[in-house]
Design a protein around this ligand. Structure first.
Ligand SMILES: Nc1ncnc2c1ncn2[C@@H]1O[C@H](COP(=O)(O)OP(=O)(O)OP(=O)(O)O)[C@@H](O)[C@H]1O
Ligand SMILES: O=P(O)(O)OC[C@H]1O[C@H](OP(=O)(O)OP(=O)(O)O)[C@H](O)[C@@H]1O
Ligand SMILES: [Mg+2]
Length: 282
């Protein structure tokens, strides 16, 4: 039975459960459930605090986990990411009040408040800066106003929390994060059950990012049209009963679908249709 750690709370938990459900796995019905067995798929899910997931996976107690890259790095656990999942995207940045320090190099002797102390300590050391780090559980933006720190290092998505606290970011992002699948570092290649799990999640990612596009086009224009819709490997081209025309079918990135339809129309394509992909294995 494959043992998988899933976030039980916070920003990661809803999207992770949705992705697992889309990949055909059973998911818990109520948020107090801590363990769920999916016998049909031979998988056992453990709902754990996002911050603890890398520790369980790094210790080898669980085979695979879903967590945030920032949490993985902060845990210093013996675990590595093997698949990027594209949700809970954020940057991790320093911030302070306007008119204060402008660069990490000026942080010497200051106190930095953060929920990610290991990431910050490593970044300060990489920049040869000696500063204090104070660990807070959350709502880190308030630490400056209350005099606990002069600088914070926190997760930034839209920047609204920083703006509301009257803070501005300093310097380049310390790191960019998103939800990732992790496994223990230095173990043998994932076994067949783990590979199947990864293929299923990859299938969800592709199904979310691509649509299927079908259109009819005159034979003379087909090469130009295929340059616009090359597909993932190669598009399917089938003869049409109407002589001189072919039907083309190719996967295209969903965010480009409208622009591609316009370009195909201008090349003379007609009956251009896009349909969603529910699931896929590449
Ligand atoms: N506003 C946000 N937008 C995108 N990702 C976020 C956001 N806030 C946190 N994250 C990401 O979510 C993960 C943190 O999850 P975690 O559940 O520990 O924190 P949380 O969602 O802030 O929960 P809580 O505030 O209850 O502790 C990290 O990978 C972080 O980068
Ligand atoms: O840039 P934004 O879009 O504002 O998002 C970033 C904020 O979201 C998270 O806070 P959360 O609401 O989880 O509270 P917390 O700080 O207590 O974790 C994170 O810690 C930031 O504070
Ligand atoms: Mg939070």
């Amino acid at each position: 039975m494959l043992r998988i750690a899933v976030p039980n709370k916070g920003q990661l938990s809803g999207p992770a459960a949705a992705m697992l459900h889309e990949a055909g796995y059973r998911q818990r019905k109520e948020p107090k459930e801590l363990v769920l067995v999916d016998p049909e798929n031979e998988v056992e899910f453990f709902y754990l605090r996002p911050r603890d997931i890398a520790i369980y996976v790094g210790s080898g107690r669980l085979d695979i986990g879903i967590t945030g890259r920032d949490l993985l790095l902060d845990s210093a656990a013996n675990a590595e990411e093997i698949l990027q999942l594209g949700f809970a995207r954020s940057t991790f940045r320093y911030a302070t009040v306007p008119g204060s320090v402008q660069d990490v190099k000026e942080f010497g002797g200051l106190t930095i408040a953060t929920s990610y102390p290991e990431v910050v300590k490593r970044h300060l050391a990489d920049n040869s800066v000696e500063a204090s780090v104070v660990r807070l559980d959350g709502a880190v933006e308030t630490a400056i106003q209350l005099g606990v720190a002069q600088v914070i290092a926190d997760v930034v998505e839209t920047g609204t929390s920083l703006r509301n606290a009257g803070l501005e970011v300093i310097g380049e992002p310390i790191l960019e994060s998103e939800a990732v699948v992790i496994r223990r570092t230095g173990t043998s290649e994932p076994d067949s059950k783990a590979l199947q799990f990864l293929r299923r999640l990859q299938g969800v990612l592709v199904a979310r990012r691509y649509v299927m596009m079908d259109y009819d086009i005159r034979v003379e224009q087909v090469e130009k049209a295929i340059a616009v819709t090359p597909g993932l490997e190669s598009p399917t081209v089938s003869p049409l009963h109407h002589e001189g025309w072919v039907a083309v079918r190719a996967m295209v990135p969903s965010r480009d679908a409208q622009r591609i339809m316009d370009e195909l129309y201008d090349l003379g394509a007609r009956a251009i249709l896009t349909t969603g992909i529910h699931a896929c294995r590449l």
